[in-house]
Write a protein that binds this ligand. Sequence first.
Ligand SMILES: Cc1ncc(C[n+]2csc(CCOP(=O)(O)OP(=O)(O)O)c2C)c(N)n1
Ligand code: SF4
Ligand SMILES: [Mg+2]
Length: 372
Amino acid sequence: MTSTVPSRAVDLPSPKLGGLDLVPTTDETQKAKDFSSDQEVRWCPGCGDYAVLASVRSFLPELGLKRENIVFVSGIGCSSRFPYYLDTYGMHSIHGRAPAIATGLAVTRPDLSVWVVTGDGDALSIGGNHLIHALRRNMNITILLFNNRIYGLTKGQYSPTSEVGKVTKSTPMGSLDAPFNPVSLALGAEATFVGRALDSDRKGLTEVLRQAAAHRGASLVEIFQDCPIFNDGSFDVLRKPDQSESRVITVRHGEPITFGNEGRHAVVRKGFGLAVAPTAEVAPEDVVVHDATDLELSFALSRLSDQALEHAVFGVLRQVVRPTYDDLARDQVQRAVDGGGADLLELVQGRDTWTVRDGAVLGAVGREGVSR
Ligand SMILES: Cc1ncc(C[n+]2csc(CCOP(=O)(O)OP(=O)(O)O)c2C)c(N)n1
Ligand code: SF4
Ligand SMILES: [Mg+2]
């Protein structure tokens, strides 16, 4: 069925710099084991975090970067133990604050590849504020948001991505909160790169990681991750072929969105949003062609992914070029150093600064004789 749908080439705008262009490379051949630390991995047996770790370890050699120029910053949670298990620089930091620490690193060290690992609780409860501002500012960092829809480390309380009605230790009668859709949230926060992958799908996850790392700006990658201890099987319908066939929608920029066995389902427009229809029943030109630069389309795709997982969209939903805060900030500092910007002394001793002695205002600092 897919072959009957015409493809429309949509070129992605190319930025002046790629995400890693200022990071030193190495000629040494690297392997996944070079990125494995000597730390014993302490996740529960069967945890989805293992699969993500394995994919990241095998992907990192592909970048060909000096390991000492890679840093993984995490917050607090099971997923946030990630940096221990990689032989790169890393920081297991403060609950919810990984994006803030990564922001500082990205601004001051353009020679680093900066990654954030965070959980749904870490990123969206206590860290919600830091996350949205890192995205809005378009820091040159890659954020991996492990979404298991539960607080794992603290033993099973509901999180901002838990389903309505979810019974947990902290919601014995069912959760009342409407959950976040992290992809919609990131798009609303003006993220320039938003993708999604499933922990067990190494190929799909690696492809999204590859594009996220190459992107200059803030990349948010939501990873659906199973917590077999406190939220077992939460994404099983996306793994079992008989059920995933009608649910998993993988998008690729410039390609018509069809999915399922032989592309028998298609994504079509419905009002201002999108819907799914049998490909055989729609005209080829009515099948939506994915355009990662079209914000409205990306948002509509994010809304196709509902809590019940009737549909879940994977791949790169959005990718656009916008100046990064870190590049702009360094440029502004350099212009100030070159003498073209503001005068620091002028700012410190400006009009709104006074000398006060013995309870009397003597005058503006640096402006002898001027009293107020
Ligand atoms: C300031 C502060 N508040 C609360 C906690 C308790 N706490 C630790 S991890 C966590 C949430 C972890 O959930 P998530 O981010 O989803 O990570 P997961 O364990 O599921 O990977 C909480 C509430 C803490 N460590 N520090
Ligand atoms: S509690 Fe859940 S998320 Fe945490 S390590 Fe165990 S299985 Fe993984
Ligand atoms: Mg969690």
